[in-house]
Design a binder for this molecule. Structure first.
Ligand SMILES: Cc1cc2nc3c(=O)[nH]c(=O)nc-3n(C[C@H](O)[C@H](O)[C@H](O)COP(=O)(O)OP(=O)(O)OC[C@H]3O[C@@H](n4cnc5c(N)ncnc54)[C@H](O)[C@@H]3O)c2cc1C
Ligand code: FES
Length: 253
């Protein structure tokens, strides 16, 4: 884990209420695994808000990295106001990231809402290693979808909206079944109800692909000191920040 002041390169709107901020920091960008995260101090000085906020690596390019986030409270609102040249205190990379299969795989990514953030980094890494990737994103409505241009061109991007305003209609987990014969590995990130629905879909004959998820529990410290992110799993109590955020789906749901 490194502690650094990352320099803001740009902040751009990504979709409804969501932003992408690019940072420069060799210490934070190098040697991360997809699925790992950084803890961001969302205050210019002092300690308000006191706790740093966790964000997944969304994209990494050499010494630069991007975070994709929705504005939900004080920390994310502060982040969205950062201008090029601003310095932001962070520490990372943290947590257990994703180890892609060694052999070429057909990888299905399933993202709910801003849970899509780490799946873009994962897709870019997977494509660069020769894997086939289908990425599915579920959102409430078309304005809340990540634009197709955010993905590498090799990725097939499938969108699902609850109101049917773009892509398929319904919940993303209702459409996962169409890809299960094709997929040999599945990774997902999103809210807990999405994971529970995914487990119901996969519980039958799709256990063989050993689906893995990235959990987004509240994380006050991010590195195993406060026990604020403890979750119950089939292998006992685990810390989401240190033992995760990657977990086998069926260990938790
Ligand atoms: C490992 C990890 C990776 C994450 N990656 C991303 C990411 O890439 N992009 C992104 O937008 N968000 C991500 N999150 C969630 C992000 O950390 C929170 O949205 C952020 O801390 C909110 O800070 P805030 O000060 O703006 O909001 P607060 O004022 O702290 O809270 C505002 C609202 O958001 C809710 N909230 C806060 N944290 C969480 C959480 N972890 N899960 C669900 N609801 C929460 C609160 O209950 C409250 O209703 C991640 C969380 C974890 C644990
Ligand atoms: S966030 Fe403190 S132990 Fe996990």
């Amino acid at each position: 884990m490194n502690v650094a002041e990352a320099v803001v390169l740009s902040t751009e709107p990504a979709y409804e209420n969501a932003f992408v901020t690019w940072f420069a920091s060799e210490a934070l960008a190098r040697r991360r695994e997809p699925g790992q995260f950084v803890m961001v101090h969302c205050s210019s000085e002092g300690c308000d808000p006191f706790f740093a906020r966790p964000f997944s690596y969304h994209r990494v390019d050499g010494d630069r990295f991007a975070l994709l986030y929705t504005v939900v409270g004080r920390g994310t609102a502060w982040l969205a106001r950062r201008q090029p040249g601003d310095r932001v205190r962070m520490y990372g990379p943290l947590g257990r990231g994703i180890r892609l299969p060694r052999d070429r795989a057909n990888i299905l990514l399933v993202g709910g809402g801003v849970g899509i953030a780490p799946l873009v980094d994962l897709a870019e890494t997977a494509v660069s290693r020769g894997h086939q990737v289908v990425a599915m994103m579920g959102a409430r409505t078309s304005a809340a979808l990540l634009p197709p241009g955010a993905w590498p061109k090799e990725v097939e991007y499938v969108t699902v909206t609850e109101d049917g305003s773009a892509g398929l209609r319904g919940l993303v987990t209702e459409h996962v079944g169409a890809y299960l014969d094709w997929a040999t590995k599945l990774y997902a990130c999103g809210p807990a109800p999405m994971f529970a629905a995914l487990a119901d879909v996969l519980r039958g004959n799709s256990r063989r692909m050993r689906p893995e998820i990235l959990m987004e529990e509240r994380m006050p410290c991010g590195w195993g000191m406060c026990y604020g992110c403890a979750i119950f799993t089939r292998r006992g109590v685990k810390l989401c920040c240190k033992d995760g955020p990657r977990f086998p789906l069926f260990d938790v749901f």
